[in-house]
Design a protein around this ligand. Structure first.
Ligand code: DQA
Length: 147
């Protein structure tokens, strides 16, 4: 089982960026935490990050036939990108939307996700834990599919 983690704009700045909102861990450190959980669950993971909408879209398309699921933190594109939503709709691979912060407890503009309606589910507000919780969710989802 292979799961692709896609991280959108500004997530390369984790650790430095607004630590009171996003936590003190870097994306690399989060990846290491997730790696431990992945080994426990017998899942192979790959982490990618881009500040470019088009790169995220290309990676979503290319995941078909290679990855069993995508865990997507689209960053601010969550609230703006119809193009990423359409990319998610264009593949059969299930996508789980995640956020470090509880987007519903913040500014009004963060409450709207263009991507959530075409996702299998959403996990938000648990900091770096959101990344591992999504992996647990995905492993359950895929186990159900294979029955
Ligand atoms: C985020 C929430 C978004 O609103 C924000 O633009 C981000 C990070 C999160 O993980 O909490 O870049 O996706």
């Amino acid at each position: 089982m292979k799961v692709l983690y896609l991280n959108g704009p500004n997530l390369n700045m984790l650790g430095i960026r607004e630590p009171t909102i996003y936590g003190a861990l870097t994306l690399k450190q989060i990846e290491h935490q997730v790696q431990e959980k992945a080994q426990e669950l017998g899942i192979q993971i790959e982490f990618r990050q881009s500040n470019h909408e088009g790169s995220l879209i290309d990676w979503i398309h290319e995941a078909s036939g290679i990855f069993d699921a995508i865990i997507l933190n689209a960053g601010a594109y969550t609230h703006t990108s119809i193009a990423i939503r359409d990319a998610v709709s264009s593949i059969k691979v299930p996508v789980v939307e995640i956020h470090l912060s509880n987007v519903h407890a913040r500014e009004e503009f963060r409450k709207k996700s263009f991507i959530a309606p075409v996702c299998a589910g959403v996990i938000a507000g648990f900091g770096a834990e959101s990344y591992t919780l999504a992996l647990i969710a995905v492993s359950g989802l895929l186990a159900k599919q294979h029955h």
